[in-house]
Design a protein around this ligand. Structure first.
Ligand SMILES: O=C(O)c1cccc(C(=O)CC[C@H]2O[C@@H](n3cnc4c(=O)[nH]cnc43)[C@H](O)[C@@H]2O)c1
Length: 228
C-alpha cells in the first residue's frame, strides 16, 4: 500500500515524518527531491507492506495544486491524506481538536454582483465544492466537519459576518479544497484531517494554540499510519 501525506509546512508534520520512515518531497526548500537518504522506505507489518511519502507544498491552494499535479502525474498512491492545522468557525470544537473534513469549498471562487456573491457553479463555468472520497471509520472517534478554503485568512469581524451569511462551514484552511480537487482530477482516494489551532475571529495571534494542534495532529497521524 502506498500512502501520500500532503502538508503545507514542514513543522505541521515534522514529528510524523521523523517518527515513521518517510520519503520526503519538500517544495519549500529548493533542495533536490526526494530528499537524499529518505527514499524508498517500506514498512512491513503482518498483513501488508506500506510505503509512506510526504509532500510539503507550501501554504495556499496554488502551491498545493501545483505540487500535487506534478507529483501525482509521476507517482501512484492508494490513499492521499491532507494533514494540517486550521481555524474553526464552530466554538463547539475545542482548540487542539482533530476533525475529519468531508466537504471543502473554494469560498472566494465566483463573482461579486454588488453586495451579492455568485458562486462559480451558479455562474456556470466550474465547481467550487469538493469532497473527501475516504473518511475515518466511526470508531476512530474523530468528528466529521465541513470546511472552506481561502487565500486570505479571515481576521476581520465584518468580513466573517458577510461570509457566514452566505456559506455555512465549520473549518477554514488555505489548502483543503485544492487538495480534494487535485486528487479527484488524478483519481486518487483522499482524506483530510485538520487540528484546530485557532478560532476564526478578529486576528488574535496570542490566542492561537499552534503547538497543541500540531502535537495532537502528529500523535493522531503516527497512530493512524501505524494501524493501516
Ligand atoms: O507559527 C508557527 O509556529 C507555525 C507553525 C506551523 C504552521 C504555522 C502556520 O501558520 C501554518 C499555516 C497553515 O495553517 C492553516 N490555518 C491555520 N489557521 C487558519 C485559519 O484560521 N484560516 C485559514 N487557514 C488556517 C492554513 O491552512 C495554513 O496553510 C505556523
Amino acid at each position: 500500500m502506498r500512502i501520500l501525506i500532503v502538508a503545507a509546512t514542514r513543522p505541521e508534520i515534522n514529528e510524523l515524518i521523523t517518527t515513521l520512515p518517510f520519503t520526503i518531497h519538500d517544495h519549500t526548500t529548493g533542495l533536490p527531491n526526494p530528499e537524499p537518504g529518505t527514499s524508498p522506505h517500506t514498512t512491513h507489518n503482518s498483513q501488508l507492506t506500506t510505503q509512506f511519502t510526504a509532500l510539503i507544498t507550501g501554504a495556499g491552494m496554488v502551491p498545493t495544486a501545483f505540487a500535487l499535479g506534478q507529483h501525482l502525474a509521476a507517482n501512484r498512491y492508494d490513499l492521499a491524506i491532507n494533514l494540517g492545522i486550521a481555524g474553526s468557525f464552530d466554538r463547539e470544537i475545542a482548540l487542539g481538536d482533530i476533525v475529519n473534513i468531508t466537504e471543502d469549498t473554494l469560498a472566494e471562487l465566483g463573482a461579486e454582483d454588488d453586495e451579492e456573491f455568485i458562486p462559480i457553479a451558479q455562474l456556470g463555468f466550474g465547481e467550487g465544492t469538493f469532497n473527501a472520497t475516504y473518511t475515518l471509520p466511526a470508531n476512530a472517534g474523530i468528528a466529521q466537519a465541513t470546511a472552506i478554503t481561502v487565500n486570505t485568512v479571515h481576521g476581520n469581524e465584518a468580513s466573517i459576518q458577510k461570509l457566514s451569511s452566505r456559506i455555512t462551514a465549520q473549518i477554514e484552511s488555505m489548502e483543503g479544497a485544492a487538495f480534494f480537487y487535485a486528487c479527484r482530477q488524478m483519481g486518487v482516494p483522499c482524506m483530510q484531517i485538520r487540528a484546530v489551532s485557532n478560532y476564526v475571529e478578529k486576528r488574535n495571534r496570542e490566542a492561537w494554540k499552534i503547538g497543541l494542534a500540531i502535537k495532537n495532529l502528529n500523535t493522531f497521524a503516527v497512530e493512524y499510519l501505524k494501524s493501516v
